[in-house]
Design a protein around this ligand. Structure first.
Ligand SMILES: Cc1cc2nc3c(=O)[nH]c(=O)nc-3n(C[C@H](O)[C@H](O)[C@H](O)COP(=O)(O)O)c2cc1C
Length: 168
């Protein structure tokens, strides 16, 4: 497998902690972690595989640092790269905007000649609506610290095992 860049935006630390666990699962020699508050488009272009992580705030709003970073994603040359997305949300308190940030990242990648991998079944989640759900599947990995924190480690491990098969 070629190099992996993990880029996260996190306000209270949940997405940051998951980014570091994802790095461990890939191996620290292969995967590097970036807080998007300190990253730009040229950081993205150095990796064959990318993982984007962001939490959702407001009512379906992108996490603040990642909202600023979306223009870097838009301007980067991502041709031929494999991209995976994850994000934290709260499916009980925000059942109509659960992990919308995952969907916004996915939409930003549309038409950029990269391939999004790591879609996830909606089984086991009880949200009503999500911008991150396309054709009945999540376009990335949803995590929920408020309601299903006990499932996060296993979800991350299963997801990374799948990404290892699909990444460049
Ligand atoms: C004011 C507020 C608004 C939120 N809005 C949403 C939302 O619209 N959708 C959602 O799925 N989660 C929402 N959440 C839940 C956060 O995404 C969740 O707490 C997440 O774990 C934060 O991750 P972070 O620490 O990486 O920023 C909201 C939380 C708060 C406190």
């Amino acid at each position: 497998m070629q190099s992996i860049g993990i880029f996260y935006g996190s306000t209270t630390g949940n997405t940051e902690a998951a980014a570091k666990m994802i790095q461990k699962e890939f191996g620290e020699d292969l995967a590097k972690v970036f807080d998007v508050a300190d990253a730009n488009s040229s950081d993205l272009e150095g990796f064959s595989n990318l993982v984007f992580g962001a939490s959702t705030w407001g009512i379906g709003d992108m996490q603040d640092d990642f909202a600023d970073f979306l223009s870097e994603v838009s301007s980067a040359n991502l041709e031929g790269k494999k991209v995976a997305i994850f994000g934290y949300g709260d499916q009980d308190a925000y059942e109509d905007s659960f992990v919308d940030a995952i969907g916004e990242i996915y939409e930003t990648l549309d038409g950029k000649s990269c391939e999004v991998v790591g879609t996830v079944s909606t089984d086991g989640y009880r949200h009503v609506e999500s911008r991150g759900e396309v054709d009945g599947k999540f376009v990335g990995l949803p995590l929920d610290e408020e309601n299903q924190s006990n499932l996060s480690d296993e979800r991350i491990k299963t997801w990374v095992a799948e990404l290892k098969k699909q990444f460049n």
